[in-house]
Design a binder for this molecule. Sequence first.
Ligand code: ADP
Ligand code: TRP
Length: 321
Amino acid sequence: MRVLTGIQASGKLHIGNYFGAMKPMVQLQEEHELFTFIANYHSLTSSTDAETLRQYTLDAAVDYLSVGIDPEKTTFWVQSHVPQVLELYWILSKFTPMGLLERAHSYKDKVAKGIPASHALFSYPVLMAADILLYDVQKVPVGKDQIQHLEITRDIAVKFNNEYGELFVLPEAMVNEEVATIPGIDGQKMSKSYGNAINLFMESEKALQKRCNKIISSSTPLGEPLEWEGCHIYNLAALFLDEEGKKELQERYKSGKEGYGHFKKYLKELIWEELSEARERRAYYLEHMNKVEEILAEGAKKAGRIADAKMQKVREAVGLL
Ligand code: ADP
Ligand code: TRP
């Protein structure tokens, strides 16, 4: 089965992104034909300066390769390296009723947040439809906020297929209900915009410890049993533990022999250990950016071949010479 994911590159990644998006993606490549690209045309809708967009795009490539996107298994590229998608975007625009886009809530949400209301922002879902339909994709793993975009994609594909023949595969959203919302250091949803994130790649173990020390905990004095339920430190640590590990940690909370400081240290160790391989790979890629560029170029070549073949059929179907 062919599965496609699009990554919005928007700066430093955090533990919430890791468990909510990156780890599940890396697992997908073991079972499916995974296509993954960095959606830099999409990021352009909210980007204000060229250097930042360039840097975020490369950072995302390095970070995803570091956590385990394997270029031997996954086709991994930068969206703008396969510009055929923009031609399809235009053609699909003809099959996109205005009302369909006017109902899209992500556009309204973004404008409400202060992003300028441009045509690109408005037609964002059509480009996303092109991303998906260009590659004959069956499944698209998305968060709940993107489900409507998948519905729009299907509507566009059905309209096209009805008029010009069954050219496009109708994709389905793959919503992973199991992925919990990861809390930040204040217990709210971890998000870069809330200032409560623990970044995935901290500059040092000490900096990571300092960040973990900022996690809000109750003020039970040392020597008394602690509540693990509802404790933000416990909830974060539990992400890294199997059932047995969780039970052990619960016992440590109940014993009253340790304070929150110990558990913050333990959490730091869990995070540091989980990412040790990823850190090594990251150090390698940062030293060998040419290797990263090579991987992306190879991915774009592969995706481009599929895109060319598809576009030839699409042009022919609609009557473009
Ligand atoms: P942020 O809220 O920090 O801006 P993004 O919206 O860029 O994060 O999220 C990128 C991906 O990471 C999405 O797939 C999203 O579902 C996932 N993600 C982000 N924060 C969390 C979280 N706290 N818990 C689970 N998944 C998350
Ligand atoms: N809109 C997606 C997001 O904000 C990113 C994206 C762009 C995407 N094109 C896609 C996701 C195609 C899946 C398929 O996260």
